[in-house]
Design a protein around this ligand. Sequence first.
Ligand SMILES: [Zn+2]
Ligand SMILES: [Zn+2]
Length: 560
Amino acid sequence: MTNEDITDCLSSFATLLELHNENEFKIRSYHAAVFKLEKVTDEIAKLPKEQIQKLQGIGKSIAEKILEIIEKNTFQELEDILAKTPSGLLKILKIKGLGAKRVRTLWQEANITSPEELFKACETDKIAQIKGFGEKIQETIKNGLLFIKLNSDKLLYADVLPYAHELEQYLKASPLCQKMSWVGEYRRSLEIINTLEVVVQTSQIQLLHEYLQACPFLETYKEKCGIYTWRGVFKESTLKIEVNIANAQKFYNTVFLLSANPKHLAYKKNNQTLLQVSQSKVFDNEEDIYKQFDLPYLQPELREGLWEFEYAQTPVLIETKDLKGTLHAHSTYSDGKHSLEEMAKAAKAFGFEYLGITDHSKSAYYAGGLDEKRVADQHLEIEKLNQQNPDFKIFKGIESDILSNGDLDYSNDVLKSFDFIVASIHANLQMDEARATARIIKAIENPYTTIVGHPTGRLLLRREGYPLNIPKMIDACAANGVAIEINAHPLRLDLDWRWVHKALEKGVKIAINADAHDKEGYLYHQFGVLVARKAGLTKEMCLNALRKDEIKQVFKKDIR
Ligand SMILES: [Zn+2]
Ligand SMILES: [Zn+2]
């Protein structure tokens, strides 16, 4: 049981209280408890009972609930309120930007209890007429519903990872599986996965089918299985699986065929497609297929049928070990979970030479953004820590909000006290494309800006990015020597790798940043690296692949 499991339970409860119009004070106390618990660094489930009862800011009654959750994964009062809530409303509550109060209105005034009813009501313009809703909110709801429907059975790459490990272990545990290779979207490191696909070599097809059917964590889709294909789903998830079965002779041909995007296979040279060549004879590795077609070997993640055939030789793509530091991370100065010193130590343990700390700026008051005084305090602490640890460097950074007019969040006097600045948009996302583009370009042209953080604000499977003319933004970065971030949080992976490739063509440097809000957050760098590889990023074009002393020079060259 993780701390997040516990806070999820409590915050669902708070939302349901709001939906049922319960006591305001009670609702607030649950929200406040969640906020406090998110800052707890110990594993709550492992704390002794007395310590949980004494957690700061958690009342006696909520502490009891926490103990109940640890024991039963839920608590009685939550189950009771769930029992009197129509299940369709739980789905409606997931629509971004709607909130429990509005859902209550929909329920009580329009009698809506399911996403289907809600969609119909939008289509017939009924929602717009409800007091406090209007056309714009109706449109938001409709888009939110479509988005959820479209994405209901897709998963983030990072969420697929543990399932892939589980399946791999199960397959490898059997002598029936002589060899296996991931294929499809997962092998190509796509940010969103529809189906987890694998090729297994066996000489006992029927027995392998039976072995998969007997797997305790898989459910077989019998009607969708064929002789050479087993299809099913993970029981505790919506993740679909496809196991392709090949004999020893066909293994690499099948792996190659199923790994690439069809557009890659359709590539044509001398009147022959790559597909035709790859299936013309038996290959015992993938390198030979490219050789046969007189192409350099192309790594699986590049096989999308986009620009990869321009390579004259196999590119040396970036790897996680090439990253020498990180340039976007938070500490307890703003909304991070661990102190500056802890974050620095963890970065060092992660193998980094430096940490560019970038807490939130003052406009992000909801995230504990730093006013000028706190900035000065943090700088003093950084200097002290740097003195104590000469072999590791903390750079003074800030994640400065880009204000609605494109300005950064401090006066020039304060801005110049930083080593570097990540400029990000967090508020006022509802601008039209022209205004949003002008806003971000103004920030890029600001001489103090070093990196544009999570440029489009998208949250994968949850929220589209705000409208933005990305080519214009890239041009502005190229003209002003500003780097673009691949925010490596698995929900963001923003800027999208397809655009990162365009940025690289314009000579724009890329920073791969985990945006870590706790020590464990550094692990997210791996996901940023995966999509960076898809974009064709090499370590030479990656800002934080520079060593400590090299990046110091880059920061100095700016006007600071
Ligand atoms: Zn941010
Ligand atoms: Zn951040």
